[in-house]
Design a protein around this ligand. Structure first.
Ligand code: COA
Length: 325
């Protein structure tokens, strides 16, 4: 048996933050954001909304889609960089809300690559028969970690959650190749230094805005394109396919120009590369599962299709997964 994706779901806040809204907050313009990123709007959680709420709704939709009862899930991995709180993990809070009384819940902390990290981790557990069902969720409320005085960062990120239920599928289907990697030498390309054991939370860290995400977008851009292209090729080679065999490529929705550059390096026509960045912005670990669910529900992916997913995020982290539906 292989591990496969049995069902998916997604959810996001009702609140919308448009480029016109941002023009009123920072020195930016719709024209700059659109041409540099492809983003037109992003979802924004209200003050009383938090990550696990979106995760639970996405997870319930995925469980219903898969026809799997929450009590039959044995592990819940919540990929998030924006947990509800430091302790306990968001995975545990989701486990409680779902009534998944036979599951271990925990978080995967791998920034925008978190969903593919989660998929990679449960893949072998299912393939080897250690567990029957896993729930992998990517969920973020990034707008609460974004510095709305930093125009190069605050225009990028949005909120949302996507989830997938995984279980055994016949050989030839499901996950055909998957790989995750990291390189901590690039830690300062995207980081939030405050609040941990290194700097702690002090008046000084708050005044320095160290609890917010800081990004060197330009440097990140190049590493992202290089890493996602390379690992995508590796996944295809490993499984013995070429890009021509792939129905759709779902890259992490970081920036439309990153997506276009990856497509060009892989020599995939743009029509075969999914993008929803105009509506959602960069939702970090939630971006791939949201996109995947949209593709499945819109009929862009049907049974038998080969789908290539690739992610890149702070750390830096990256990954690739090739799935036959
Ligand atoms: N509005 C208007 N001008 C802005 C701006 C904004 N929101 N943000 C930055 N600028 C300005 C800069 O100040 C700079 O001005 P200067 O030339 O006078 O110094 C100019 O635009 C160019 O900045 P630069 O950072 O070189 O732009 P860029 O083309 O690299 O685009 C990003 C910036 C952030 C959009 C781009 O680098 C990016 O998307 N990188 C990847 C980010 C990402 O994906 N992060 C998540 C990883 S998962």
């Amino acid at each position: 048996m292989n591990a496969g994706i049995l069902g998916t779901g997604h959810d996001y806040p009702e609140g919308v933050l448009t480029n016109a809204d941002l023009e009123k907050i920072v020195d930016t313009s719709d024209e700059w954001i659109t041409t540099r990123t492809g983003i037109k709007q992003r979802r924004k959680a209200a003050d009383n909304e938090y990550t696990s709420q979106f995760a639970v709704r996405a997870a319930n939709k995925a469980l219903e889609d898969a026809g799997v009862d929450a009590k039959d899930v044995e592990i819940i991995l919540c990929a998030t960089t924006t947990p509800d709180q430091i302790l306990p993990s968001t995975g545990c809070l989701i486990q409680k809300e779902l009534g998944a009384t036979n599951a271990a819940g925990m978080d995967v902390f791998a920034a925008c690559s978190g969903f593919l990290y989660g998929i990679s981790m449960v893949e072998s557990m299912i393939r080897t028969g250690q567990i029957k069902h896993a729930l992998v969720i990517g969920a973020e409320v990034l707008t609460k970690y974004v510095d709305y005085t930093d125009r190069s960062t605050c225009v990028i990120f949005g909120d949302g959650a996507g989830a997938a239920v995984l279980g055994a599928v016949p050989e030839g289907k499901g996950i055909l190749a998957t790989k995750i990697l990291s390189d901590g030498r690039y830690e300062e390309q995207l980081f939030a230094p405050g609040g941990g054991t290194k700097l702690g939370t002090t008046h000084e860290t708050i005044d320095n805005r160290d609890h917010y995400f800081k990004m060197r977008g330009n440097e990140l851009f190049k590493v992202a394109v290089r890493s996602m292209s390379k690992i995508s090729k590796e996944m295809l080679d490993k499984a013995g396919y070429t890009v021509d065999d792939v129905k759709i490529v779902i890259p992490h929705q970081a920036n439309q120009r990153i997506t276009d550059a990856v497509a060009s390096r892989l020599k995939v026509p743009k029509e075969k590369v999914y993008s929803n960045i105009a509506q959602h912005g960069n939702t970090s670990s939630a971006s791939i599962p949201i996109a995947l669910d949209e593709c499945l529900k819109d009929g862009k992916i049907v049974e038998g299709d080969l789908v290539l997913m690739t992610a890149f995020g702070g750390g830096v982290t990256w990954g690739g997964t090739l799935v036959r539906f």
